[in-house]
Write a protein that binds this ligand. Sequence first.
Ligand code: G1P
Length: 290
Amino acid sequence: MATQRVTRAVLPLAGLGTRFLPATKAVPKELLPLVDRPCLDYIIAEAVASGIEDMVFVISKGKGALLEHFSKDPYLEQYLEERNQTHLLAEVRRAARLAKVVAVRQHDALGLGHAVLTARPAVGDNPFAVLLGDDIIHNPAKPGLRQLLDVWDQHGQCVVALIEVPREETKRYGICDGTLRGRLMEVTGMVEKPDPADAPSNLSIVGRYVLPGEIFDILERTPKGAGGEIQLTDALAVLASRGQAWGYLFEGRRYDTGNVLGWLEATVGLALERPELAPQVREILRNALN
Ligand code: G1P
């Protein structure tokens, strides 16, 4: 039986961005720029390049600006048009045309699993992708999410993106147990944020998932877990225990923009990827070190 095509993505964007205060007091963390585009713009572009058409934003109070960025702005377009600012006009239009966006509200901060469950009315029983707003996966040749969707197309079961992390960092991530063959892992277990001593491996989940619609029923029954929150990892562990979960060690570079140093690393790394900026950026870095 052919697997159902995945056309929707859920983006949990309700978080407060406390690790980035005071910058995020009035500005959603997902709108902080990486070079000249908001973080979220890169993530949506990755989803679109992977073949996803519809985005479901899970937002909370104060996150309305996220929708503005992906909406048409006739006044700004006219302003730029009248001044022949064609490059900027194209950029402003590109963001608004990138994807179809609907929003649902998460009223209580009860965890990632709860955020995903909040999107249920917009997703129905269909399979869907989840992209976390902090994780940038840079691979111009093959977008990170596309790599996971290829595994979905083959197996029709849950797929999570994996990276190797140093043992002492397992406490920051969902960690997978199972057998790795090449880049593909048959996942038999998952634990959210284990102590290094209890971690079943050093293969950690990063912010890309492809999930079957049945995950919603599992999430409805998932009790609070690590940090007193409803954890997506705990619901995925149910699929893993049934032999219905895969992990994929994706090709590409991952930046964690949710903390100051990760954001700086992403800013520098992505600026160096831009041929028109790279020579000056190198010079700025050289000067800063002298
Ligand atoms: C979330 C997930 C965790 C995953 C991580 C990836 O944690 O709960 O399983 O490894 O994202 O970035 P958070 O970073 O929201 O604490």
